[in-house]
Each structure stands twice: as C-alpha cells, then as structure tokens.
Design a protein around this ligand. Sequence first.
Ligand code: GDP
Ligand code: IMO
Ligand code: MG
Length: 428
Amino acid sequence: MKVDVILGLQWGDEGKGKIVDALAPAYDIIARFQGGPNAGHTIIFNERKFVLHTVPSGIFRREITNVIGNGVVLDPVIFCKEIDAVVDAGFNPVDNLIISGNCHLIMPSHRLLDAISEAAMGDRKIGSTLKGIGPTYTDKYARKGLRAGAVALPDFETQYQIRKEQHFDYIRLTGADTSQFRFDGLSFDEYEKLWFEAIAKLKKFRIVATEVFLNNALKEGKRVLSEGAQGTLLDIDFGSYPFVTSSNTTTGGVCTGLGIAPQHVGKVFGIFKAYCTRVGNGPFPTELNNDMGELIRKNGNEFGSTTGRPRRTGWLDLPALRYAIMINGVTDLVMTKADVLTGLETIQLCNAYKCADKEYSMPELVIENSCEPINQSMKGWSEDISKVDSIDSLPLEMKQYLNFIEMEVGVVVSCVSTGPDRNQIIKI
Ligand code: GDP
Ligand code: IMO
Ligand code: MG
C-alpha cells in the first residue's frame, strides 16, 4: 500500500485538520510528520469544535491509529491539554495514539529561547508562535536534543538538566531579563513544574519505533494518510525564508519525518484556500491592506487557531500555487473556504508576478514583496453554497473559478469544502 499525503499549499491554516478528519474514514492510520504545537488544526462535528496542535486529526475516529512521527516536536504540556480535551469528549486516545521515540521534546527553556530571540529581533522578527519550535529543531540538528524515547531512561532528569543549563549559559550571554517572559500566563518555574507532570502522563502512551510500525502496516495492506502542518510557503527550504518555520512542510518531509521510502508515497492532496492568508511576518504579494481584506478576514473568521492573531488576507496567488504543486508533486487539489467569497461581485486572483519589468508565472528564488501581482478579475456568485452537496449544484461562477484554477495550474480539484463542518464537503 501507499502513504497518501495531505498538506498545505499556502502559508498554513488552509483547513488541513478539517480535510484530514473528513477523509479519515478511508484510512487505517493518520500520521503527523513534522511541526509541533505551532500548528492549530480545527475540527468541527456534532456542533463541537476542537483545535489540535500535536495530536493527529484522526483521533476522533476510534478505529484509526494515530501516529506522532519522528519529525514532530512535542511539548508535553500542550500535548496533555489536547489529550484532556479529547478525553472530555468521550474518546480514549491512549488506545489509538502512538508516539515516535525519536520525536524531539520541546523544553520550557526552548520556549524561553524562542521568546528571547524574537524580542531581540525587533522589527525583523519572524512573528513566531513562540512555542519553542525553532530552538527545538536547532538542538535536533546540533545533535543536542532530548527525545521522547528518553523519558523511560533512569537518567532522564539529568539529561534534561544538562540541556537546560546549556540553554541558560547561552541566555546569560545575551543578557536577557528572563523574568519578563510568561508561558501561557505562567512563570518559567511554574511551567517547568507542569512540564514534569506532563512527562509523567506522556509515559502512559506507547512510545515506539513508529517507522517500523508504519512500514509493517504498509506491508499488511493498511492505508496510511500523513498529515502535514503549516504550509509549503513556510517550508524551511522552499518557503519565504527567513519568514518560515523550522521544518520541511512539503512532501519530502513525509519520508524523513515518518521513515517512509519515496516509492511508498501515493496521492498528494494539496489543500488551498480560495484566497490567501498569512499569520506572522514576511512577504505576501497579493495582500489586501484595505476594506476588502478586512471583509475577507471577517467573513472567513481569519484569526489564528493557535495564537488568536488576526490573519493577513489577500487574493489567491496562482504563481505561488504552481510552485507549491511542483515542489510537492500534488496529484489532487482540495479547495477550502470558497463560501467565504460568496456575495462578492468580482473576485480577483493573481496569475503572474511582475518583478523588475519581467513577468513570472512562478516565483524564482524567494517570493519578495517587490513582486507586483498581475491580477485578473472574475465574476463572483451570490448563492449560499454551505449546503450544496454536488459539484453540479454549485453556482456557475464558482465552477468557472474552479475550472480556471485547474486549467492554470494543471491539476484537478478533487474535493471542495463548503464550510467548517466535517460533513460540508463535496468529493468530485
Ligand atoms: P489548518 O491549520 O490548515 O488545519 O486550518 P485552521 O484550522 O487553522 O484554519 C482553518 C479555519 O477555517 C478553521 O476555523 C476551520 O474550521 C475553518 N474551515 C475549514 N474549511 C472551511 C470551509 O470550507 N469554509 C469555512 N467557512 N471555514 C472552513
Ligand atoms: P497550521 O498547521 C499558520 C507561522 C508563524 C510564523 C512562522 C514561524 O495550523 O497551518 P514558528 O512558531 O514555527 O516559529 O513560526 O510560521 N506558522 C503558522 N502559520 N499556520 C500554522 O500552522 C503555522 N505554524 C507556524 O505565524 O510566521
Ligand atoms: Mg491552523
């Protein structure tokens, strides 16, 4: 069997959680391959809303095994909060969740380092979610990280203290005043206490060699779906560097983040919003700093699932989409949130960039703010699509919008999401 992939083609928040949850019944296993609690994946069913950060979006399907892969970074405190919410909803994640022993733990001092680094950057800051993602991956690649498999070792606390001391040695050099930083309203010491309590809870989960589990499952004919976090334009290599996250959010990350060989990768579902959003700093060529941008933010409820920050909004960016499709080998597109555009008389989309008098149908090197979008207008639609359940019943103008995108990027849209609920989905 193959591993199918779901990942974001823009700057995150494309609706990956919703789509993973909606497509999950066709799979036996859902596996997260990168990122950490910087992600916020929203799932809505039976009028209940959940925002998952570390836990894969198949957790609400008891028959599905959920895997936190080696490429993920895990904050035990945030993980336990998510688990509590899942348990409160009547599920028992200890039964259907396994964690890679090789996934790296986010320590309280990683969060402190993240906060200090961002504060020191002033205007040039990344706009990080401040969850300690960058410093944890930095330690991973510097071969100094603390992994989930270590929690069972007798010297775990010593290993933790050694790393914490190294972090504080560095912090002292920066001269930063650590007392000003809070973590979800808590002081460092309070957060650290909670962290060790969470480690005790983490030990109740099966911490295993998930790469062996997954490869055996494939041999047995199990169907695996891997769930990406963030989006292609936040990829450490292919995103709008340095305004990116610290992992490979793209299909290549599936192989290294789960231990899956490239020949096992099957379909790649690329999720995109019918427009664009971005939270945090960095270039955004189609950004709308005007009433239209505000209207899209309001209608789309574009506020961060993890941090609550208002998301920047703009028109759909086809050059960036073509690039994301190329990098990921997307086989199927999934369009979300077109319902947010309902009622607009005209919709614009960017089909090329103009940079230094040259036109580009795809970004080369990095996306720059100096890239001027060349926009095209299309007629909008006014019909409510939130209850439409077949492609034929969609408004003509929306079908034209869809067809235009498919033709321009050369990949078919195989799914359209018509609202946030699990059931608001049209499979084509
Ligand atoms: P993710 O990080 O990619 O999983 O996306 P988020 O959950 O951060 O953000 C997507 C937001 O849009 C959430 O509030 C979802 O409930 C919502 N959503 C997902 N699909 C749709 C859709 O088709 N229409 C509307 N209106 N909302 C959607
Ligand atoms: P999901 O999975 C949107 C952004 C941050 C910041 C940059 C670096 O919900 O789509 P980091 O915390 O990784 O150091 O932040 O990346 N970012 C996201 N934006 N959705 C996400 O995840 C994001 N995860 C990180 O806002 O600009
Ligand atoms: Mg999100």
